[in-house]
Design a binder for this molecule. Structure first.
Ligand code: PDD
Length: 277
């Protein structure tokens, strides 16, 4: 079952019209929210980011926080899975003709939920590979927009090259991953790109920083160069569906001789404790 414009409908019976601006222009925003043991994780932070995305593209939020909670909690009841990944998308809606500029429309609201099976620590301890690419995306990567063509192409490249992620850089400075935020440890300091127009302010990014603080790591929110990343002691990526993952190979080059870092292990453990707190 999925949620579409006020109704809960079987997925194969849920349809959106061809004039929907989400279909024609990718004119919409979305959120991905993890659910652990039936509890929606960091809902307020996700809804705050959703509000920022909506404000940035001039769509009125169709629901209050209480209404979102009701919709999302109802969606969760259709699956017995304790851990789920909620997806919600709002597009500007459908007009009578295709025009780039827009009129006030009734937004299209879609939400679904899928089982979430995060990798175990043992699985993560194998380490993962990434490749790097020039970041060709626009200058508003802080908006969680459904216009994701660049990210789609990067992710396809990752799939074809059998790596976990494509790490992006702009003017030689690491921004984020195609579908994640990126962290680096060097000499016991954690570096990550500051929030702003060039990255999505990941909710997991905040959780990783919270965990790192607990683990007494020094944190520096500043962009790091590609050369520094390749010489890092540890590289991690983070997202709502992948949590915090160690990257041990970048562009075929081993990070820290391919060994999983101690800092990742500690931050991972604290992150796990937050999920069920
Ligand atoms: N993507 N940066 C980008 C470009 C992303 O697409 C994502 C997440 C993140 C991490 O954000 P968060 O920690 O809030 O999940 C950073 C989601 C999972 C997706 O598109 O499916």
């Amino acid at each position: 079952m999925v949620y579409l414009n006020g109704e809960f409908t079987p997925k194969n019976k849920a349809f959106v019209g061809v004039m929907d601006r989400g279909f024609l222009f990718g004119d919409g925003v979305y959120e991905v929210i993890p659910v652990y043991a039936g509890k929606i994780f960091r809902l307020s932070a996700h809804l705050a980011r959703l509000q920022n995305s909506l404000d940035a593209i001039q769509i009125n939020n169709p629901h209050s926080k209480a209404q979102w909670l009701e919709i999302l909690q109802k969606l969760l009841t259709f699956s017995p899975a304790p851990n789920q990944s909620l997806y919600l998308q709002i597009t500007r809606g459908a007009d009578v003709s295709r025009k780039h500029s827009f009129n006030a429309l009734s937004a299209t609201v879609f939400a679904e939920s899928n089982p979430l099976i995060p990798k175990t620590k043992t699985e993560l301890e194998n380490g993962f590979s990434a490749i790097t690419q020039v970041d060709i995306r626009w200058q508003r990567c802080d908006i969680k927009s459904t216009s994701l063509l660049a990210n789609v192409l990067y992710s396809q490249q990752a799939k074809q090259q059998k790596v976990e992620e494509v790490i992006l850089h702009r003017d030689q400075l690491i921004t984020e991953g195609a579908t994640s935020n990126v962290f680096m440890i060097k000499d016991n300091v954690l570096f990550t790109h500051p929030t702003g127009a060039h990255i999505l302010p990941g909710i997991t990014r905040d959780l990783v920083l919270e965990s790192a603080k607990f683990c007494k790591l020094k944190i520096q929110e500043s962009a790091l160069t590609l050369a520094k990343l390749l010489a890092a002691d540890e590289v991690w990526i983070s997202s709502s569906t992948r949590e915090v993952m160690p990257i041990t190979k970048v562009d075929g080059q081993l990070i820290n001789n391919g060994k999983i870092g101690q800092h990742w292990s500690e931050v991972y453990d604290y992150y796990q404790s937050l999920k069920y707190a």
